[in-house]
Design a protein around this ligand. Sequence first.
Ligand SMILES: N[C@@H](CCC(=O)N[C@@H](CS)C(=O)NCC(=O)O)C(=O)O
Length: 103
Amino acid sequence: MKNDYLSKTNRPAKLSLYHYQSCPFCVVTRKAIDYTGIEVSLRDIRQESRYRRELIAGGGKAQVPCLLIDKGDGEQQWLYESLEIINFLRSYKDEAIINRAVA
Ligand SMILES: N[C@@H](CCC(=O)N[C@@H](CS)C(=O)NCC(=O)O)C(=O)O
């Protein structure tokens, strides 16, 4: 079965959210993460300046929220826009359920 979110080594992607506490778009995105139960590491760019530097270097701008999708095979995607991120999480969750059901 095709799964865009699995790497070539067939492992699920490692997900990291670049965010900060008071950003309203980040609040909504973090709630969606909680709701899906998907494991996402949280990287607060105001608490840790290295996360801000990583975000600008990798994604191209300091806007949050931004989801880093690391497929572990050298392929990385930096996904901006809270609604895009939430849509991604929804698809990711659905694929995980389907993969478990057919395993
Ligand atoms: N349309 C974006 C808006 C994100 C946004 O405006 N984020 C603010 C913080 S609340 C930000 O990062 N501003 C700094 C910048 O854009 O460089 C979304 O839904 O994610």
